[in-house]
Design a protein around this ligand. Structure first.
Ligand SMILES: [Zn+2]
Length: 274
């Protein structure tokens, strides 16, 4: 069975961390035979090279919602995926606001021209499933300021990898994620420092207690979270929930094979072009 490799090209989120690049905002690369670039925020292209990856070797670009820290580099990655627009190849998966527009909430965030470059374009709404080659994905509900925001489940050959990209806590939020091997949670704020439409550490603990993933990964940190040391927040969650919980770091690599192993790539200062 093909192992799963997940490379975090960023662990930051929200306005200030994105503007200052206090943590990177390049999104996630997920490889399981197929290679996907998920939520490519500002810097995604450059971080790809910095962490030793090739942007032309992706088979899909996925964008969960229409906020800049989730979509800005999508067009240039589509250009890379289609080998400089010379080949009609790959998947573009995104929500309604990103592909069309939703009154008052922006969009489209990817030009119609770029939307037509990939071989397959899929508009995902909560509850829908799609197949990207051999990999099935499912969109899950979220409650976020961008109303069409989705979460995602990836039915990989090594189990379910899930991600809450941005949402506030609500009853039943955790339900779709029960049975996940790895669950990513966008945790903007530390402790019980709750703001609308986002998770804080305490919310994350509630979700993890309910969903019981084999590994929980806190990520998408806002400035207040970074100042409180996300690793310490993750330790608290682990103690509170009894589930293994880690804080994402830029360049972290999570490999799922017979077991889950975690390592880290150091970013290269001089970019390696292929
Ligand atoms: Zn957002």
């Amino acid at each position: 069975m093909e192992p799963v490799e997940i490379i975090l090209l960023g662990s930051g989120g929200g306005r200030w961390v994105t503007i200052k690049q206090a943590r990177y905002t390049g999104g996630i690369r997920l490889h399981n035979g197929i290679r996907l670039h998920i939520d490519p925020g500002p810097g995604a292209l450059v971080r790809t090279y910095q962490f030793g990856l090739d942007p032309m070797k992706i088979d899909g670009v996925i964008t969960s919602h229409c906020h800049p820290d989730h979509y800005t580099d999508a067009e240039v990655l589509i250009e890379a995926m289609t080998h400089g627009m010379t080949k009609k190849r790959g998947f573009l998966v995104a929500n309604k606001t990103v592909l069309e527009s939703v009154e008052g909430f922006g969009g489209p965030a990817i030009s119609k021209y770029h939307q037509n470059l990939p071989k397959t374009k899929i508009l995902m709404e909560s509850g829908q499933k799609a197949k990207l080659e051999n990999l099935e994905i499912e969109a899950t509900p979220a409650k976020h300021s961008e109303p069409k925001t989705i979460g995602l489940k990836f039915y990989t050959s090594q189990g379910i990898v899930s991600s809450i990209f941005d949402s506030e806590y609500f009853n039943s939020l955790s339900e779709p994620y029960v049975g996940s091997k790895v669950l990513f949670l966008a945790v903007m704020r530390p402790f019980a420092d709750r703001i609308p439409f986002h998770l804080c550490t305490e919310d994350a603990a509630k979700i993890i207690k309910e969903a019981k993933p084999e590994l929980a990964v806190l990520t998408h940190f806002g400035m207040k979270m970074i100042l409180q040391n996300p690793a310490k927040q993750a330790q608290w969650v682990e103690k509170e929930t009894g589930s293994k919980t880690i804080a994402a770091e830029d360049g972290m690599v999570i490999k799922i094979d017979k077991e889950i192993t975690i390592s880290k790539v150091t970013p290269q200062k001089k970019l390696n072009f292929f």
